[in-house]
Design a protein around this ligand. Structure first.
Ligand SMILES: [Zn+2]
Length: 151
């Protein structure tokens, strides 16, 4: 389902071949269930797909985060540890693939000397709750997908 969406790599200047699959790594007692894309602080973070920006949320672990749904509302894309949001970003706005979401940082529980984008994908349940879903490893689809070509 995710591969059919043809998501782009969400970080500026990052080639698909340079991604690392750290989806199954342990994080404390839990599995990571996301991939970390290491990048200099301030690197642009792009929407991987078209779809509605459903939630801007600040959490202790994730820091400055954004949740986007795919156009059918079947998948949620989660962008975390942002340094800041893109100017003018608002909940409910429709994003296009390649739109600027924000900038790479280390907000939340990320190490200050290792800024990165924590990127996760969830398959949504029938209630389409932005905070809840079945995790999907985004690595295979990103690895074969395109690079960011910001609009
Ligand atoms: Zn992570």
């Amino acid at each position: 389902m995710l591969a059919a969406r043809r998501p782009i790599v969400p970080v500026e200047g990052m080639a698909p071949q340079a991604l690392r699959d750290n989806y199954t790594q342990a994080r404390g007692e839990a599995r990571h269930e996301a991939i970390d894309i290491m990048a200099p602080r301030g690197s642009k973070v792009f929407a991987v797909d078209d779809g509605k920006l459903v939630k801007l949320f600040k959490s202790v672990p994730g820091g400055i985060t954004a949740y986007q749904f795919d156009p059918q509302g079947q998948l949620a894309y989660y962008y975390a540890h942002l340094d800041r949001y893109a100017d003018g970003l608002k909940e409910g706005m429709e994003l296009r693939r390649g739109d600027l979401v924000g900038y790479v940082g280390s907000s939340g529980n990320a190490s200050a000397d290792a800024p990165h984008l924590h990127f996760a994908v969830f398959r949504l349940g029938p209630g389409r709750q932005w905070w809840k879903g079945e995790p999907v490893n985004p690595y295979p689809a990103l690895r074969t997908g395109g690079v960011a070509s910001p609009r």
